[in-house]
Design a protein around this ligand. Sequence first.
Ligand code: NI
Length: 393
Amino acid sequence: MLTKQTQIELSNEQVEEIIRWRRYLHQHPELSFQEHKTSAFLYETLLTFPNLEVTRPTATSVMAVLKGGHPGKVIGFRADIDALPIQEETGLPFASNYDGVMHACGHDGHTAILLGVAKVLSAQQEKIHGEIRFFFQHAEEQLPGGAREMVEAGVTDGVDYVFGLHLSSLTPVGQLTITPGAATSNSDMFHVTIKGKGGHSSQPENTVDPVVTSAQIITNLQTIVSRITSPKDELVVSVTTLQAGDAVNVIPEEVKIGASVRSFNQEVRKKAVEAIEQIIKGVTEANGCHYELNYTYGYDSVVNEPGASAIAMEAIRRKLGEEAVIEAEAIMGGEDFSAFSNIVPGSFVFVGACSPDNPSPAPHHHPKFMIDEDALVYGANMFLSIAEDLVLE
Ligand code: NI
């Protein structure tokens, strides 16, 4: 720990500016990998702050690097900047200007928070021991995800710790949560085509029926969770799409099945993948069908590193009070922050954003999704406090 700490307090003007940025971003949402205006806005705005080296690691991401006047640790703060293909129904005065695109996950808030933190810290350059990198990451909402591309572009080279946050519309504002160990799930999916031999429904003996085969596959897949992995293992295998023929008197040539697979542990994930293929292979063979399986590995589980998590918790408690942060259970959602935290010790914190006077908050990815803007102050203070503890004198 450094000898003398700078305590930063956000001024009213700084808070108002963060809210203004958030509302501007909310009005101008862009889909994953298409964040051209958003990244241009961030790039231009960051260039107006002192002491930053601003670059574009990929077409629609932005990184700002703040090198301190003294040697020390290198830390990274990450915000995701993309929106979703959802028609907004909040009725907010600053609702989306674009039809069918909405910041329905709070990434507008994440971006505004990090912009505010970059502005405040850039004015403290001479007091910084080490370096702070601000990652404005594109495409969190769409595989293969922007985080991986940024890491491949080298943004984490030499970084000692990385921190990220996510606003949470269902958690009361003022409450921050952190999950020790695995915090989000491995989020995979697969598509399989079962190929038989079509024909007349009245002559099944002349066909190889992919519908009956698919029904057996779907039923057998349920035994992965109930019979193949341990009851202590956390795993979901959900068949969610099914497309077969379109005439009742025709046995179709093929059936398409889609499914989502969620787990926390890499061993369980591997076991599930093997079992899925084994079941599909065995059942199709027994029925005389063939199959084509496409398994897509989605985002890895975000695993909070103990050292980085202790730093984050301590920083939150110091600035926001002992009660501000609690340990929470992992969620089955996916998050590509793992691309950073797989490489660098990292910690990911959920920041409550449910207004006390909202009795029925909408979940994330909902047309009525909303945040309480007080949450922006909590998020900004979390990053500032971590910076104070790790790199500010
Ligand atoms: Ni999100």
